[in-house]
Design a protein around this ligand. Structure first.
Ligand code: AMP
Length: 379
């Protein structure tokens, strides 16, 4: 049995919880954990996104694994990757049916590892209501799902973000227009003038206008442990940089094979920002202290605001020609950009040979289970 301790997590004030009336207080994860056999935990996630890596890492650490899948096709392709195939599948007709599997998963001592598709398929409201111990701090969703609140968090942490243009009439340099809730950059567009903006905008959808930052993109994959002190030290716990990637986005990243963006726009072909894959990358070493400093600022502010961003997170950045970072987005859980590093990255290799983010997550759960600290990394 898990020893119930008073969690050190400073729970978010309920007043800021805005996702359609979800009462986080009613979800008693500590009570559920108290019924778990912590020596026989299962790691479960939805079969998509970074699940191969999550299962692979969990199996390396000796966990039983469960894949939740819709449709036979999803199940079948895991046969192609025996070392990452979950020990067990739970088949559902639609992802929201996961809520009906809660009891079964609890009986299997299941811990959910959420990833971007998990949250998207289930929907934020149902994800918050899920009565299963979930790796990381679910309260972070309130801070990342609204671009204004996210900006409050990051800027108050001292992070530089791209300038926001409130009034489209003030567009004086290239901007990127982002529709709220658009997944994978779908529908985003670039405008260089107010006239261009007017031609492309769908005014019925809420949007944000951001300065289009000129530079090179780096997506930085961190891991914050509130319970281990064996890495870059923070006021509480420690921080690791496990890897970084650059997203491959169609069509913007290859559109120049056909002609310049300006030429193509003249004939009505506009670049899009839909993620199709991830490319491994490293950064010039002199920038790494800044990378750690940014991670530190984000984590320490999160501890103050909502009890901390626990486990994996990613800062999506552009580095300008003055070697300044501008952070345009944060992802508060494992990102698919970690997938090129199933057997370690140039950074994680210097922490432990062959360390992936999936394996690191499993290790954190194992450590917490051993030291009766599960309730400090699960919510
Ligand atoms: P996001 O949904 O915010 O992650 O943005 C999708 C993609 O648009 C990113 O991966 C970048 O390629 C690009 N992007 C987003 N914001 C900016 C920005 N402010 N400046 C330049 N490119 C951006």
């Amino acid at each position: 049995m898990v020893n119930r301790r008073t969690s050190e997590i400073n729970k978010t004030p309920l007043s800021i919880i805005t996702v359609q009336g979800v009462n986080m207080e009613s979800i008693k994860i500590d009570d559920i954990l108290a019924q778990y056999d912590s020596s026989n935990l299962t790691i479960a996630t939805v079969c998509s996104h970074s699940s191969l890596q999550i299962f692979h890492g969990a199996k390396q650490e000796g966990f039983h694994t469960i894949g939740i899948a819709v449709g036979e096709e999803r199940r079948k392709f895991y046969d192609g990757f025996p070392l990452a195939k979950p020990d067990e599948f739970l088949m559902v007709e639609k992802y929201t049916d996961i809520l009906n599997l809660t009891r079964e998963l609890q009986q299997k001592n299941a811990i959910i590892i959420p990833h971007g598709s998990f949250v998207e398929y289930l929907g934020a409201e149902k994800f918050l209501k899920l009565e299963l111990p979930t790796f990381g701090n679910r309260d972070v969703l309130m801070w990342e799902s609204d671009r204004n609140i996210e900006r409050d968090w990051l800027e108050s942490a001292g992070i530089t973000m791209p300038q926001e243009i409130k009034n489209p009439k003030n567009i004086e340099k290239p901007v990127i227009v982002k529709y709220h809730g658009a997944k994978g950059g779908k529908g985003f567009f670039i405008a260089k003038t107010y006239e261009e903006f007017q031609k492309r905008i769908q005014p019925d959808k809420p949007y944000t206008i951001q300065e289009f930052v000129m530079g090179t993109r780096y997506y930085l994959h961190y891991f914050y442990s509130p319970i281990q002190n064996n890495a870059y030290k923070l006021k509480k716990g420690s921080l690791q940089l496990l890897s970084m990637d650059r997203r491959d986005e169609t069509t913007i990243d290859e559109v120049q094979r056909l002609g310049s963006i300006a030429e193509l726009e003249e004939i009505g072909i506009h670049p899009t920002f839909v993620v199709t894959g991830n490319i491994p990358i490293v950064m010039r070493e002199s920038l790494l202290p800044k990378v750690f400093k940014m991670g530190e600022q984000v984590v320490e502010k999160s501890l103050e605001l909502f009890g901390g961003i626990i486990g994996s997170f990613c800062l999506e950045t552009v580095v300008t020609e003055n070697l300044e970072f501008k952070v345009f987005e944060i992802s508060a859980r494992i990102v698919a950009g970690t997938n090129p590093y199933i057997n370690g990255s140039p950074y994680s290799e210097m922490i432990e040979p062959g360390l992936s983010t999936g394996k690191r997550i499993a290790q954190e759960i194992k450590f917490a289970a051993k030291h009766d600290q599960l309730n400090e990394i699960l919510t």
